[in-house]
Design a protein around this ligand. Structure first.
Ligand code: ATP
Ligand code: MG
Length: 400
């Protein structure tokens, strides 16, 4: 067993010693079978939350009403969830209430896809009543039970299906595609936060091209946040070669298809963090001005390497360049950035205080302006980056 499971093994043993069942379940088992890196190791158990809390001294109630207790063990946190069924689904969202049960198979039955409904015991044997392993081998995402019923219970599962397509490169059945199309509108009932969380994973997947195509062909894109603002932005973005683009670059590409005035509102509709919104808008503004930018040293310095790469990759993608051309251009840009004598204002060998002292003048906007002039001179290697040289240079330009 991989080390993440080994490390958590004593938890299964402890729970079994108290005469309950316990298994590894969900994403970690799936990713293990796929040979992919394992994230969190989740555990399912027949023990009730209170029973788990009496077995382990160090626990946190993170979702006790849904049966989940976080157990801190050997420096790691593990989510341990009591076997449960989800009976009442209301409004196409998560169930209102859950019922704790003692049957593993019933717990696996409430899970979304067969590949996510596999349990593994402490010996590494699989309990796989819905044939998740077979579906993994066939690279197919299959709902546990009818897709129509499962998407109606919780419409987020439709977004999860698409994000798994993007991450794993799997297919879905014709019946599933049909059901995604038919039920796409149910996404309106799902909170923006949950949709965004899945979409963020989707745009980081290696197979996002296929995922975008299905979002479009199923009509799901019309029920994503900001659609009323963006209309065809997502459909248009899928026309480019997007598979190697990063998260920020995908957002940048989508923004490219939205009017400038509407961009902020669009990103807000997705409830992205303000820091990310500001960055993306700046990327877009720089991209708009890209024809006037030649990435000389000072432009590169001002943008920073991340922004410069994001803008340049988008520019080249929009111009239909292929990946090898893009890689080559980006390498040139990175090499140039490495040649900069300083990479940020912090590295400049003087501060505003030095200037105030040297000029014996009160602080004001002049400090910032002069610093900027010095920055530009240092970056363009008109002056060496040390206090003395900068001082002499200031004198030679009549600034002191
Ligand atoms: P990741 O590796 O990205 O975390 P994951 O499959 O572990 O993927 P989680 O959101 O962590 O996804 O959920 C853990 C498990 O809970 C899933 O593997 C699945 O069995 C079940 N699950 C999660 N969301 C749903 C849902 N909306 N409907 C049914 N089962 C779900
Ligand atoms: Mg998980």
């Amino acid at each position: 067993l991989p080390k993440q499971f080994q490390k958590a093994l004593p938890i299964l043993i402890e729970i079994e010693r108290a005469h309950f069942e316990a298994y590894f379940v969900g994403g970690s088992v799936r990713d293990y079978l796929l040979g992919r890196p394992i994230n969190d190791v989740d555990i399912a158990t027949s023990a009730l939350p209170q029973e788990i809390k009496s077995i382990f001294p160090n626990t946190v109630d993170i979702g006790i009403e849904h049966g989940t207790v976080l157990v801190n063990y050997n420096g790691e946190g593990y989510e341990i969830t009591t076997f449960r069924t989800e009976t009442e689904y209301k409004d196409f969202r998560r169930p209102e209430g859950v019922t704790f049960i003692r049957s593993l198979n019933k717990d696996l039955e409430r899970r979304d896809f067969t590949m996510n409904a596999i349990a593994m015991n402490k010996e590494g044997s699989l309990i796989d009543p819905y044939h998740g392993k077979r579906d993994i081998a066939n690279k197919i995402i299959t709902t546990v039970g009818s897709p129509h019923k499962r998407f109606n219970e919780d419409a987020l599962r439709m977004m999860r299906a698409i994000r798994f397509i993007s991450q794993l490169g799997f297919d879905v059945s014709k019946e599933t595609i049909h059901s995604l199309t038919e039920n796409a509108h149910l996404l309106e009932h799902i909170s923006v936060e949950r949709i965004t969380a899945e979409f963020e994973k989707l745009i980081e997947g290696d197979f996002k091209h296929a995922a975008f195509n299905l979002l479009n062909s199923s009509g799901m894109y019309q029920y994503l946040p900001g659609y009323s603002i963006s209309k065809e932005a997502l459909t248009k973005s899928a026309a480019y070669s997007i598979s190697t683009l990063s998260n920020q670059q995908i957002w940048g590409l989508i923004l490219f298809h939205i009017n400038r005035e509407a961009q902020h509102e669009f990103l807000k509709a997705w409830k992205l963090p303000s820091k990310k919104i500001n960055y993306l808008i700046k990327v877009h503004n720089t991209l708009q001005n890209r024809v006037n930018i030649h990435w000389d040293y000072y432009e590169l310095y001002k943008a920073g390497i991340q922004m410069a790469c994001d803008v340049e990759i988008l520019f080249l993608t929009l111009n239909g360049k292929d990946i090898s051309q893009i890689d080559c251009e980006i390498q040139t840009l990175k090499n140039k950035f490495e040649q900069l004598p300083v990479k940020s204002l912090k590295e400049i060998d003087i501060t505003g205080h030095d200037l105030i002292r040297w000029k014996s003048q009160k602080g004001g906007t002049w400090v910032k302006e002069l610093l900027q002039e010095i920055e530009e001179a240092v970056v363009n290697q008109n002056v060496e980056n040390n206090k003395n040289s900068i001082r002499e240079w200031l004198i030679s330009c009549n600034h002191l």
